[in-house]
Design a protein around this ligand. Structure first.
Ligand code: NAP
Ligand code: F7E
Length: 325
């Protein structure tokens, strides 16, 4: 039974990956940082099946100890400060976790067991002000936020450790992936939750920023399969993971509100605080390499994804109003 260590197991993608690897028969160890209130909501249903290691990307020794104790065959480094607007408020913390955290994980691999297979959660935010459309593994990067800059460092340090030390280190350049487990501050979940709340008369309006921004949005459950496939291949590499279709925030609002019989124009108001100092206007990925080399392809389409999120939020809000967990 192979052992996988997932950093960021309490996050959206970490929870889907833990489910996938458990189903595949792995011994799954999730790395979790100590917090004063529980953050294990997304993996509450898995806590009997997986093991939890305490560690923090800011603390080198905690990473080395986790590797020594659990001796993983595969490491999925998903932990990061992942919310783009926060990266302007806390650029140094973002760099510590999202950039230097990757080096700390790679140093732990080098120190404890260089044969471990390593996955780094890179991001389409590295493309930023895009140099070509669609974006591929060879498109140059031009990040537009401290988060994007930190991820670009994380990507290149992963490539560098592969080339310098012959590590089996892969970088997955994943485009936006969403689900009912997405954090409430990200735009898809903010909109799905607002559409459900407005339908159920819990609120009346929602404030959004740039409605014309366009993203290549896929389903997180599909994207974690690509992570796993990268580490099963016979050689390490970098892969774009995307659907190849893009939609604007405006189109997403139309689908979410339309699904509950509402017109988004009656409820979406402009919130200048949500406009970013530097925006990524348009992202669309070409995942031909992942499709041809790994045999990966997405299953859930955009409309289905947004409607799934609205349905889940309707259920969540109704359950909460009945005081159930
Ligand atoms: P997420 O929901 O924000 O989860 C982030 C995880 O990182 C959480 O488990 C968080 O723990 C943990 N974490 C943060 N700082 C940490 C630290 N210093 N030490 C240890 N753990 C720490 O993110 P996600 O959407 O699942 O994304 C997973 C990864 O993929 C991230 O690296 C993200 O940047 C990257 N990515 C995401 C997307 C996307 O569209 N979702 C696309 C490309 C790349 P707490 O629960 O304690 O906060
Ligand atoms: O914004 C616009 C906003 O915060 C998407 C992270 O997982 O994916 C994610 O980063 C777009 C932007 O995601 C609001 O300006 C309009 O253009 O949902 P988001 P993101 O910034 O694309 C990448 C791939 C990652 O790697 C990141 O970790 O939507 N937008 N109005 C808004 N965005 C938010 N959050 N809130 C608004 O009110």
């Amino acid at each position: 039974m192979p052992t996988a260590l997932i950093t960021g197991v309490t996050g959206q993608a970490g929870s889907y990956l833990a489910e996938l690897l458990h189903r595949k028969g792995y011994r799954v160890v999730g790395m979790h940082r100590r917090t004063s209130t529980p953050t294990t909501g997304r993996i509450a249903h898995l806590l009997e099946q997986i093991e939890i290691a305490q560690g923090d990307l800011h603390d080198q020794l905690s990473l080395i100890d986790a590797l020594k104790q659990y001796q993983p065959d595969e490491i999925y480094n998903l932990a990061a400060q992942s919310f783009v607007p926060t990266s302007w408020n806390q650029p140094v913390l973002t760099a510590e976790a999202t950039a230097l955290g990757v080096t700390r994980m790679l140093e732990a691999v080098r120190a404890v067991d260089p044969s471990v297979r390593f996955y780094q959660a890179s991001s389409s935010e590295m493309f930023g002000k895009v140099r070509e459309v669609p974006q591929t593994e060879s498109t140059p990067f031009h990040p537009r936020s401290p988060y994007g800059v930190a991820k670009t460092y994380g990507h290149f340090i992963t490539v560098n450790y592969r080339e310098s030390y012959d590590l089996f280190a892969c970088s997955g350049i994943l485009f936006n992936h969403e689900s009912p487990r997405r954090g409430l501050e990200f735009v898809t979940r903010k909109v799905s939750h607002a559409a459900a709340s407005i339908k159920l008369e819990v609120q009346d309006t929602v404030g959004l920023g740039n409605l014309e921004a366009s993203r290549d949005w896929g389903f997180a459950g599909d994207y974690v399969e690509a992570m796993w496939l990268m580490l099963q291949h016979d050689s390490p590499g970098d892969y774009v993971v995307a659907t190849g279709t893009a939609h604007t925030v405006r189109e997403m609002c139309e689908i979410a509100f339309g699904h509950v019989g509402l017109d988004f124009e009656d409820h979406v108001v402009s919130d200048p605080n949500m406009v970013r100092p530097a925006e990524v206007e348009h992202l669309i990925g070409d995942a031909s390499k992942a499709r041809n080399v790994l045999g990966w392809q997405p299953r859930v389409g955009f409309k289905e994804l947004i409607e799934m999120m609205v349905d889940a939020d309707l259920e969540l809000i109704e359950r909460t109003s009945r005081n159930e967990t």
